[in-house]
Design a protein around this ligand. Sequence first.
Ligand code: XMP
Length: 525
Amino acid sequence: PVLVVDYGAQYAQLIARRVREANVYSEVVPHTTSAADMLAREPSAIILSGGPSSVYAEDAPGLDSALLDAGVPVFGMCYGFQAMVQALGGTVAHTGLGEYGSTQAEILDVDSTLFHGQPASQSVWMSHGDSVSDPPAGMRVTARTSGAAVAAFEDDERRLYGVQWHPEVMHSTFGQRVLTNFLTQGAGLKGDWTAASIVDDQIAKIREQVGDERVICGLSGGVDSSVAAALVQRAVGDQLTCVFVDHGLLRAGEAEQVQKDFVDATGVDLVVVDAEKQFLDALAGVSDPEQKRKIIGREFIRCFEQAARDIVAGTAGAKNDPSDAEQHPVKHLVQGTLYPDVVESGGGSGTANIKSHHNVGGLPDDLQFTLVEPLRDLFKDEVRQVGLELGVPESIVWRQPFPGPGLGIRIIGEVTKERLETLRVADAIAREELTAAGLDRDIWQCPVVLLADVRSVGVQGDGRTYGHPIVLRPVTSEDAMTADWSRVPYDVLSKISTRITNEVREVNRVVLDVTSKPPGTIEWE
Ligand code: XMP
């Protein structure tokens, strides 16, 4: 892979995505990883990200020059650029002359590796206090700005490259070209990581892992689990049974949708488990978000274990012959876990645990299955491409994300059957109106949240009401790692608000969440 070394800014994930957009596989690693460990992964190239620090700060993260001497192509950006300069014996000066925001860069050599094929003047996104005053020996300076005499350099011999700016952000007009030039010209990579190649690789891996044993897949009807199921079906066919857990935390019409959109289209073997009572009993009296997530994660697994036993006993799963259960036990559980789920559950590159996604941080310790997670390295848009490649119906591929724990994490407070019913009706109204307004593809998703422990005074008809607020949380996003609140037209919001307060008795107020991520997350819990 191309390794993106994360120097602690939010840019590393974005860089990894941009590399993948150039059809090259990449992963993020924390800067605390040793050079030996990074090199042991046989990276095809290394990118050093930006970061919040000055190279002169007391706790400034360093760069082991062994990384630069290993013969692996390296590209430093912003902080990574300055770290390279220090490691190679150049000078980074405290000039007091920072540059922040859009800046014009003058390209000194339009035939250079990074800038070849681009105009001699381009907009670049800067964010630095210190500047490079002397480039390291052997480095050819290829760009400058008014605030940075050394704004880019390269050495084709050693395959070392760097820019002072952030080529990964959209405001750097030719940023993607610069990055692609590094990958293809500088590092000599082919750019052959495509949806089709992911499908081939994963099918081979799944076959190797599963052999002739049986597999079950937790199917939610969402994009991720559907694409994961389709991949496993392609790999091992009838060895797969899908399990749809109706945990009572679903939105209106969800179970029917799965049957219609996925099962009918793929012919996959499906078992539906009615587990409403089991989940609601387990959640009774619980209002802490992490506790809810862990309980839901655990109960999911308990359902899968029961389904596995039923399949072996021949009482579930149409395509199974109980007589060969002993030779072919159900050993594996397929999950549609994505890269962001792993990162946010604290399983990624040294990141904090923000929340326990039900299928990662929410798994019980005594798990009996081995996990099959063919999408674990992918972002959502990549999963969608893989889904299209596999012929998964578009009605599923383009569905908005919906979290596995469902409405359970959209009721702030204890989850009860009555509260679920209230939220389900309000959610259906919001979805109906957003769809009617043609906004489904503009909006990434729109959580509808019930503040069950909050009441406010209202007036309806001639009387006083004392009801609960509903929060609308429409967001736009590229990958759910960051998001902005979506500017839904006022008349659409107004219609949703009027309908919810008219049609849902317990609700007398509708509010709009206007927080980006960060600092808010998309879901409220
Ligand atoms: P947050 O709230 O972390 O959400 O900004 C990011 C994306 O992940 C979804 N989400 C989940 N999906 N299991 C899932 O399958 C979970 O436990 C979970 N928690 C959040 C959320 O809807 C958003 O798309």
